[in-house]
Ligand binder design. Structure first.
Ligand SMILES: [Zn+2]
Length: 383
C-alpha cells in the first residue's frame, strides 16, 4: 500500500538543515499558558499574518468521508498543474497554545515572511505550524488538523486511514516529539499530492535571534516548491538538492546581510568553506580534504549520515549560486527567480541553458575547477 507517510518520508522534505545547530529554547518552557488566543470557532481559518491556536471546532473530521465511486488509486502521483500554487496563494498559521505568548517571535517571523513574499511572490496554500513545548495536548490537536488538511479526499484509500498513517509516520513523530521537547530548532517545507496541493511550513521551537533568516530560507523553498511539477529531485521537472538548499542557503545569507537580520554575507560564505557554521560542524574544506571530488547532482549524500549532505547541497550549493550570480554580473534575480520560474514550462535543463548560457554539466566542470582555487579566489567572486 502506497501510504501517505511513506511518501512524506521519501519525497517531500525540503528542510532547512539536516544537522542544524542545536537551539536552546528552555527559556520558553515556563510561559504562562493562560493567554489562549481567541479563535473564531466554526469559521474557516482564513486569516493571514497572525497565528491562531486551533480548537476542536476547527477540525475537518469526523465524520470521515467515504472514498468516492470514481476514486483515485495512485493519489500520490497526481500531476501538478503549471502555476498550481497561484490558485490559492493564502497563508494560514497555527500555533501551540501558550507558545510565544508575548508574540515576539511571531512578529519577527511575519516581518521576514512578508519581506520574502514581496520578493518571490505569494504562493499557497501555505500552512504554517508554529510549535513549541508549552502544550502537548495542543500539539496533538494541531497534528490532527495538519493530517486532515493533507488528506486526499478523492483517494480510494480512506481519509480516516490517511490521517491515522500521518500519526504513525515515524518521521512525522520526530517533528511532533521535537515540538514537545522544546529542544533543537526544526524547520522545513513539505509539499503534498498534486490532488491536494499545499505546503506545510514547520517552525518548531524557533529562537528569536534566528527566526528571520530561517524564515527567509524557508520561504525560498516555498517559491521553489511552487514551481515543481514533481517531487522527484532527479527529474527534469523537479529540483535537485543542490539547487533547493544551495539557493535557499545563499539567499538567506545574502538577504540576511542586506536587511541586517543576519550576519555579514562574506563572513558566512567564507565560514561555510572554512569551518561549517550553522549548517554543519565542518565545512567545505574538510569535505574536499576527505573526498575525491564531489557531484552536485548526486542525491545520495543524504544517505551518508555524516556532514556530506550539508557540505555538498547547502555549502557547496550556496557557493555554486554565488558563482552563477557572479557569472551573471550580479543579476541575482535571474539566478534565483527567472531560472526557477521557467522550470515548469521547459524543464530545469533548458531553463538553466537559457539563463546561464551553458549546460548544467558544463557548469559542473567549471565549478569543480573553481573550487580548487585559493581562498582569495573564492572570496573574489563575492564582490
Ligand atoms: Zn532548506
Amino acid at each position: 500500500m502506497h501510504t501517505m507517510w511513506l511518501l512524506l518520508t521519501t519525497s517531500m522534505l525540503y528542510g532547512c538543515s539536516p544537522v542544524d545547530a542545536k537551539s536552546e529554547t528552555e527559556d520558553l518552557s515556563d510561559e504562562d499558558a493562560d493567554e489562549t488566543p481567541d479563535t473564531d470557532s466554526g469559521s474557516p481559518p482564513d486569516v493571514t499574518d497572525q497565528c491562531v491556536t486551533p480548537t476542536a471546532s476547527d477540525h475537518l473530521y469526523p465524520p470521515y468521508p467515504e472514498p468516492p465511486d470514481e476514486c483515485i488509486e495512485d493519489f500520490w502521483d497526481c500531476p501538478f498543474e503549471d502555476d498550481y500554487a497561484l490558485e490559492n496563494p493564502n497563508t494560514v498559521c497555527n500555533i501551540t497554545e501558550g507558545f510565544d505568548s508575548d508574540g515576539a517571535i511571531q512578529e519577527q517571523f511575519w516581518e521576514a515572511y512578508n519581506y520574502s513574499r514581496d520578493y518571490f511572490g505569494a504562493y499557497g496554500p501555505v500552512y504554517v505550524y508554529f510549535m513549541g513545548p508549552t502544550s502537548e495536548e495542543s500539539n496533538e490537536d494541531i497534528w490532527h488538523l495538519r493530517a486532515e488538511r493533507r488528506a486526499v479526499v478523492d483517494a480510494c484509500y480512506p481519509v480516516e486511514r490517511q490521517v491515522d498513517d500521518f500519526f504513525d509516520n515515524p518521521y512525522g513523530s520526530e517533528e511532533l516529539d521535537a515540538a514537545n521537547s522544546g529542544n533543537g530548532g526544526y524547520f522545513s517545507i513539505s509539499g503534498n499530492s498534486g490532488c491536494n496541493p499545499l505546503m506545510d511550513l514547520m517552525m518548531i521551537n524557533p529562537r528569536l535571534d534566528e527566526v528571520r533568516t530561517i524564515t527567509m530560507h524557508e520561504y525560498h523553498h516555498i517559491f521553489q516548491v511552487a514551481h515543481l511539477r514533481t517531487h522527484d529531485r532527479d527529474s527534469d521537472y523537479g529540483l535537485n538538492s543542490w539547487i533547493m538548499e544551495g539557493q535557499a542557503t545563499y539567499s538567506a545569507a545574502r538577504f540576511g546581510d542586506e536587511t541586517g537580520w543576519g550576519y555579514n554575507f562574506v563572513d558566512i560564505m567564507m565560514g561555510m568553506k572554512g569551518y561549517g557554521g550553522n549548517v554543519s560542524p565542518e565545512g567545505i574544506d574538510a569535505f574536499l580534504e576527505a573526498n575525491d571530488g564531489f557531484d552536485l547532482a548526486d542525491e545520495s549524500y543524504w544517505d551518508r549520515g555524516d556532514f556530506s549532505a550539508a557540505a555538498v547541497y547547502y555549502q557547496l550549493g550556496a557557493w555554486a549560486w554565488a558563482y552563477l550570480v557572479h557569472e551573471l554580473d550580479g543579476e541575482v534575480d535571474i539566478a534565483l527567480k527567472d531560472f526557477i520560474h521557467d522550470v515548469p514550462s521547459m524543464g530545469r535543463e533548458a531553463s538553466f541553458h537559457l539563463h546561464f548560457d551553458r549546460t548544467m554539466d558544463e557548469f559542473f566542470v567549471e565549478f569543480a575547477t573553481f573550487t580548487e582555487g585559493s581562498d582569495e579566489e573564492w572570496r573574489a567572486i563575492l564582490e
